[in-house]
Design a protein around this ligand. Structure first.
Ligand code: NAD
Ligand code: IPM
Ligand code: MN
Length: 377
């Protein structure tokens, strides 16, 4: 029996977790899944309100006992005038997320962005329907090490420092993982008889590509190390094309010609920014899944969470799109080795997108019911 921890968190996290829980129950019956789950009241700003902390001190130890973790979203930066909300600074409410990623050594964050039929296509260029990329974000260090501080806070002499740390070991494992994923994706496309619409104008154009993102022109210390490691690791994968983009140019090209990207490897912060952009290219945050994994070590539970946040602007209204959470749930099932259930869920979400194209907007419950109805008997 595999055990899941369901952590709704804040805002629309609760609503999309209801959806995931309902769909998981349905899949468990249909596919005889040996799965059980517990819904945890933490981490959340509500828990903080009651306990003065986002989660119990031994939270990580408790979570180590599960096989996988599913998180809704964290953060309630809502208006301080709204007393029904437990408003907290993001620095406090989001810290569990970063503690999970680092404490459970989940060093790769994978965010696939494939524009499914029926999902909103925001770019006018018809080729944008071919968007199918996987952004792999470094998840353990870089700009997110939270080292630094404020000297003389609030005074005219104030100095704020925020250190970035990049290690060769973390760079190498991340980049090698990127190449492996590019190989797997190529293999999968071949099995499914799909081809990338080959519109790539890069020098090293191949059927499978890895694009490295840096800002090595302005941040040369880590940018050059990333570049050198990339060149070394690339030699192990002669069939995979390589490309490098500076992050600012990458933003431009994500919009101008996103179909050119296959696997994209980026630092923690660059990956964060690029994946909100990639989410929009693939239909928006309402359909953007994400996972935090340790590809080398499956003993610790991986953490699955949609790319979106707690969406305080729509929280509590029952209108959040649960598709991102359900595609994330499908990623989790695949990671747990439940391939047929995972694939059935992916296909159900995809089918629902086609069925609901150009129809009036629906509630979270209506979308959940429609997706459930698309699951095989
Ligand atoms: P957000 O992702 O919560 O929302 C951005 C916009 O997208 C909003 O207009 C929102 O309504 C919309 N949106 C997001 N998910 C949606 C869905 N499933 N269905 C329909 N619309 C959706 O980002 P934000 O507003 O910048 O941040 C809100 C809070 O969430 C902040 O506290 C932020 O720090 C936090 N956050 C948490 C996570 C996480 O827990 N993984 C990720 C990002 C942001
Ligand atoms: C994400 C989020 C987080 C991040 C925040 C909430 C700390 O934006 O998962 O994309 O920056 O990693
Ligand atoms: Mn983000």
């Amino acid at each position: 029996m595999k055990r899941l921890a369901l952590m709704p968190g804040d805002g629309i996290g609760e609503e999309v977790m209801d959806s995931a829980q309902a769909v998981l129950a349905c899949l468990r019956d249909k596919f005889d899944l040996a799965l059980e789950w517990e819904r945890l009241p933490w981490p959340s700003t509500r828990w903080h309100h009651e306990h003065n902390e986002m989660m119990p001190a031994d939270a990580l130890d408790q979570l180590r006992n599960y096989d996988a973790l599913l998180l809704g979203a964290l953060g309630d930066p809502g208006p301080s005038s709204d007393k029904s909300r437990y408003r907290l600074p993001d620095g406090i409410s989001l810290s569990p997320l970063l503690q999970f990623r680092k404490g459970l050594d989940l060093w790769a964050c994978e965010r696939p962005a494939r524009l499914l039929d029926g999902a909103p296509q925001y770019l006018a260029d018809a080729r944008a329907k071919d968007v199918d990329m996987l952004v792999i974000r470094e998840n353990s260090e870089g700009e997110y090490v939270n080292q630094g501080g404020r000297l003389h806070p609030g005074t005219a002499m104030e100095v704020a420092t925020q250190l970035e740390v990049f290690t060769r070991a973390a760079t190498e494992r991340l980049i090698r993982h990127g190449f492996r994923r590019a190989q797997e994706r190529l293999q999968q496309r071949r099995e499914q008889g799909r081809e990338r619409q080959y519109l790539c104008d890069w020098a090293d154009a191949r059927e499978a590509q890895v694009c490295l993102i840096t800002k090595r022109n302005a941040l040369p210390a880590w940018g050059e190390m990333y570049t050198e490691v990339f060149e070394l690791v690339a030699r192990e994968f002669p069939d995979i094309g390589v490309h490098h983009e500076l992050v600012d140019a990458a933003c431009m090209k994500f919009v101008q010609s996103p179909w050119q990207f296959d696997v994209v490897v980026a630092s923690n912060l660059h990956g964060d920014i690029l994946t909100d952009l990639a989410a929009v290219l693939a239909g928006g945050l309402g359909v953007a899944p994400s996972c935090n994994i340790n590809p080398d070590d499956r003993r610790l539970p991986a953490l699955f969470e949609p790319t979106h946040g707690s969406a305080p602007d729509i929280a509590g209204q029952g209108i959040a799109n649960p598709s991102a959470m359900l595609l994330t749930t499908a990623m989790m099932l695949e990671w747990l080795g439940e391939r047929p259930a995972s694939e059935a869920l992916r296909q159900a979400v995809a089918k629902d997108l086609v069925n609901s194209k150009d129809k009036p907007s629906r509630s979270t419950t209506q979308i959940t019911e429609a997706i459930t109805a698309c699951l095989p008997d």
